[in-house]
Design a binder for this molecule. Structure first.
Ligand SMILES: [Zn+2]
Length: 174
């Protein structure tokens, strides 16, 4: 295979060492990155060269003099020459819409993020525990009791509404 020309994408990044035939590659294909640039971690990748990138940012909350950490998740194209793996820190650039939810492309792989796989596993465990806990509490007889209580409340509310409706009429007569 003859050596491919590596395009200058206009962003100061290290071009990938590998070559690829990917049309949606900014270095070897026809994709032009433009717009915003972010750095995040690869959360997941699929067979269609799509990777989910996540990064966090903190916003100050003046009332409590603390800051809140928020996370952003986007889908990005993972060109074959870069082929970022889960847990890699990558730089992504905005580009044209590549699919319904994909309008970013990975432009640089900055290597592994230490301890990210463990962090992911811990996060999954936390969500599974959170889902399982409420199940034993909500036993079937309790649910029925709740439904009955709701019905009773509704019956009580209805006469109150009628009473409210009558009041304006009386006022009008006066
Ligand atoms: Zn490429």
């Amino acid at each position: 295979m003859k050596k491919q020309k590596i395009k200058n994408i206009g962003i100061n990044v290290k071009p990938p060492k590998n070559e690829c035939e990917d049309k949606k590659c900014p270095f070897h294909g026809n994709l032009k990155p433009r717009g915003r640039i972010f750095t995040g971690v690869v959360l997941a990748k699929d067979a269609h060269r799509t990777a989910t990138i996540e990064w966090s940012y903190s916003i100050p909350i003046p009332k409590y003099e603390r800051s809140e950490t928020r996370r952003t998740k986007v889908h990005a194209h993972n060109p074959s020459c870069i082929n970022a793996e889960v847990g890699n820190i990558v730089r992504i650039a905005e580009t044209r819409a590549l699919s319904k939810t994909k309008n970013f492309v990975i432009i640089e792989n900055l290597g592994k993020k230490k301890g990210f796989i463990e962090e992911l596993a811990a996060r999954e465990e936390a969500t599974v525990e959170g889902e399982e806990k409420p199940e034993p509490k909500g036993e079937s007889p309790k649910k029925e009791e709740l439904v009955e209580e709701v019905k009773e409340e509704k019956e009580e509310e209805e006469p109150a509404k009628e009473a409210k409706a009558k009041e304006p009429e009386e006022e009008a007569k006066e």
